[in-house]
Design a protein around this ligand. Sequence first.
Ligand SMILES: Nc1nc2c(ncn2[C@@H]2O[C@H](COP(=O)(O)OP(=O)(O)O)[C@@H](O)[C@H]2O)c(=O)[nH]1
Ligand SMILES: [Mg+2]
Length: 399
Amino acid sequence: MKKMKIGIIGKPNVGKSTLYNAITMGDSKVGNYPFTTIDSNEGVGYVSLKCRCRELNLQDNPVNSICIDGIRFIPIKVLDTAGLVPDAWRGRGLGNQFLSEIMKAEGLIHVIDLSGETDEEGRIIENPDYDPKEEIQFIKEEVVRWIASVLENNLQKIEKQVRHMGIELETALHRILSGLNISLYNILDTLDNTGLKDVSQLNHENTLLEFSRNLLENSKPIIIAGNKIDKPKAEENYKRLKDEGIDVIPISALSEYILKRLTRDSIIHYVPGADDFEVLEPEKIDDKMHRILEMIREKILRKWGGTGVQKTLNTLVYDKLGYIAVYPVRDPNKFTDVKGNVLPDVYLIKKGSTVRDLAELIHTELASRVKYGIDALSKKRISLNYVLNHRDVISIAVY
Ligand SMILES: Nc1nc2c(ncn2[C@@H]2O[C@H](COP(=O)(O)OP(=O)(O)O)[C@@H](O)[C@H]2O)c(=O)[nH]1
Ligand SMILES: [Mg+2]
């Protein structure tokens, strides 16, 4: 199955790479787990859910995912990028080079610096008074302008297709934009929303920008992660943004990174998303690290309910991208696959999907042979049009 991909964007120095490293750090406990780093800026992170194993009183044998202390983790691809600075769309800085790569992602995490200690270029400033609201605006505008420039560079091609080859405007646009994970539906919606009818309208800068802005909004969900909540002015900035109705998830990427690294070295035990950790080897923690860990426990985990990193991933995938997680099993009584693995797999599938869609996702060949489904929790037979729920356990009966 194709793994979902999400990207990390933001200005320089906000903590994108720290977040990326925290998200993609492999867990040593899963040793030869196949989902290791793919390349230098593309790695594997996890979306989590409360696993069904405990309530069913089962010892599970995860195959496509991981289960730690009753929390199931589903792998997704995560991309890191260089920071975007003002005018990046014109080629300023390095960020621009990565936009075509990052735009292939289904959704984006926009990391902002809540401390106010860095300016729009990511430079540390003396007086920490940079308003993070500004970077929310300007980064989005850079991406909008970049999409507009892609369209502008292809305008002749689009015009030729529409005027001389009888191709529909949406199809011509889709040929240019499909590589950016933008669907024909997204394009049709945007044509509708902006009232754009003729290709010539795209020749006007304002129309082109409006079209691009609308397209970004309806094709690329973006979640804002407010980083560095451990810093002095961060809470104040967070509250102000919240009061202005801006959705920001407060996070501390560095805390998550430290907790994951110590867990990897078996010095502490921390389950991503948890609001506490357990010290396993106190003798390996020096005074300085001890103080850092206590600070993380009191000022981050207890205060904010976690580092916010897992919450960011989950909110993006479940709430913004509209996925649910479903366990397919072969045997609805034992909750196993053909090899006897208990609750082996969990699939991310779009909300509103049916039993038939699940069969299709697992294997197109399976889809052609499906008879009906069985809800393994109630043992009830369900139709192929049954709409799946988050955490359903489904068996598919075939001919
Ligand atoms: N205080 C604090 N510093 C952080 C946090 N996350 C990252 N940083 C620091 O911010 C700086 C920039 O981080 P980096 O990940 O390289 O940022 P990038 O340029 O956006 O990739 C580094 O000094 C990090 O240690 C955090 O949660 N809290
Ligand atoms: Mg970086």
